[in-house]
Structure formats: structure tokens, C-alpha cells
Design a protein around this ligand. Structure first.
Ligand code: SIN
Length: 278
């Protein structure tokens, strides 16, 4: 197995590994260490059916129950799909993951990782961008670091301030999804100790103790800073890619910039995380 960094702050490519076969303990340990160090693992040349994908991701942790069960695979509901062929009830096309976000931050213990496995890709476009919020925190102006260090944000399923609208939760199972949770605006990574800005434009409804006139421009400023190109790794998908990223220290977004006559379809699994700590 070879692990090669993809940029100086985010991403590593893994070659020479077949996740459909048993993975020895020392290889598991090397993969986990690379995940914590690089935040995105791009494991090339996989061809995993849903049960094999589940077994592979369990090398990294326990599966997290995703909130919107309408996207669950009927035969393997712990795996959801992402597709550009779904539509909102009003007929508009739904592009899952458009706009910067971190997954399911409206959970008390948001998923530490998300894994996508490409099933069908457009001939060009449809990249996933990642922004490293630990790198962004490290160079944030000290006065701004001080201002946000003790702040706590309110996360909900769908922020009323978000331009991007999510697909509504189905009635069944809605009670499993918390109404609102509080998370620090700066969180410490439980495995490498690095602080990260922890924001999410589609989920944050407000900041405790600040009115919207103060909170919204602050969140915009942090988002602009954290998503600057110098903090980004942009993933261009190849057939067979399995990509796993760390939601504790990254924002990500999908790009709906390709021919919609072509199908983009990926499997998605998440792994259980911890309560975010400041
Ligand atoms: C997501 O936000 O989980 C989807 C990202 C993508 O489809 O590229």
C-alpha cells in the first residue's frame, strides 16, 4: 500500500489496497493514522457492493444513522445514495451537497467521517471541494480567534438563513432528529488536538448571546476566510474512488456543474463521531 499526500494541508491518495479483501491490523492502523493526519483519504480502484462497503468503513469506526431516510438503499439502509436524478416536490432538480457545509452538525454527536464511493460519474465536472478549517483557524487574526473562541452556535436541520434548501425529512423517523443542538464555534479535534473553526451555513441558526445583526456577518466573515482557495483540496472523481473525509475539521461542497443528462450516483456512509468539545 502507498499513501501519498495530495496537498500540503489536506488529502492523501491510497493505492495498492483492495477493501473487498481482509485488511491486516497494521494496515488498518496506518489508514487510521493517515486519516487523522490528512483529513481526506482517496482510496483508488475499489469496486464494493453495499455490504462490502459497510464492512470496509467499519475498519474506521461505527456506522452513524443518517437523518434523511428517504435516501436509504432499500436492501442496505445504513448506506444512502447521492444522485443528481432526484427532484424536489415542485419539480426542481435536487443536487445533494451543494454549498459549503459539514455533515449532520445538527446531531448531538455529529458524524466524524463521511465516506462516498463512486458508482456512476459524469464525464467531466461534479468535483467535491474540501476546505480545511484547522488550517484556516491557525492563521485567523488573533483578535478574531479570541472573539470566537468561547462562542457557541445553535445548529438545526435547516437554517432559516441558508440559501440552500434541503429535502424535507419524511414523517417517519422525524422524532430521531434533534430540534436544535449547541456546538462550540471552535472545536478541538479529539484525535490530533488541533483547533478548527466549526461552522455550517446550512445548519447554524444563530450564536448564543449574539443577535442576528451581529451573528450573521460574523459567520459570513468566518466562512469567507475558511473557504479561501489556499485552504482547499478539490477532488476530481475517478471511477473506483472511495473518498473518506473528516467532518470535524473540514467543510465540503458538491458541484452541480456538469451535464445533467449524465448520472452522478454515489453511495454514502457516515461514521459515528463524538460530542464536539471546545
Ligand atoms: C455531500 O455533501 O455529502 C456530497 C458531496 C458530493 O456529492 O460531492
Amino acid at each position: 500500500m502507498q499513501i501519498t499526500p495530495l496537498s500540503d494541508h489536506t488529502g492523501a491518495e491510497v493505492r495498492g489496497l483492495d477493501l473487498a479483501r481482509p485488511v491486516p491490523q497494521e494496515v488498518q492502523a496506518a489508514l487510521n493514522a493517515a486519516f487523522v493526519a490528512h483529513s481526506v483519504l482517496v482510496i483508488r480502484d475499489q469496486a464494493l457492493a453495499p455490504p462490502q462497503l459497510l464492512a470496509a468503513v467499519e475498519l474506521f469506526g461505527c456506522v452513524f444513522a443518517q437523518h434523511n431516510t428517504r435516501f436509504a438503499l432499500p436492501d442496505c439502509p445504513q448506506i444512502h445514495y447521492l444522485s443528481n436524478q432526484d427532484r424536489f416536490p415542485d419539480g426542481r432538480r435536487y443536487i445533494p451537497g451543494e454549498g459549503w457545509h459539514t455533515d449532520h452538525s445538527n446531531d448531538t454527536r455529529p458524524p466524524k467521517a463521511t465516506v462516498l464511493h463512486a458508482v456512476s460519474l459524469p464525464s467531466e465536472g461534479g468535483d467535491t471541494q474540501f476546505a480545511n478549517m484547522a488550517a484556516a483557524w491557525a492563521v485567523l487574526a488573533p483578535a478574531l480567534q479570541q472573539r470566537i473562541a468561547g462562542l457557541v452556535a445553535i445548529h438545526v436541520y435547516q437554517s432559516s438563513h441558508s440559501a440552500r434548501k434541503l429535502m424535507a425529512l419524511p414523517e417517519a423517523g422525524r422524532e430521531r432528529v434533534p430540534n436544535a443542538v449547541l456546538h462550540p464555534l471552535v472545536r478541538i479535534h479529539p484525535e490530533n488536538g488541533r483547533p478548527s473553526i466549526y461552522i455550517n451555513p446550512i445548519r447554524i441558526e444563530g450564536i448564543v448571546g449574539l443577535d442576528h445583526q451581529e451573528a450573521l456577518p460574523l459567520l459570513d466573515e468566518l466562512l469567507r476566510h475558511a473557504t479561501a482557495e489556499r485552504f482547499q483540496y478539490r477532488h476530481r472523481w475517478r471511477p473506483g474512488d472511495l473518498v473518506m473525509w473528516d467532518n470535524r475539521c473540514l467543510l465540503h461542497k458538491a458541484n452541480g456543474d456538469y451535464d445533467m443528462e449524465e448520472t452522478r450516483y454515489l453511495y454514502r456512509v457516515m461514521l459515528q463521531g463524538e460530542v464536539p468539545r471546545a
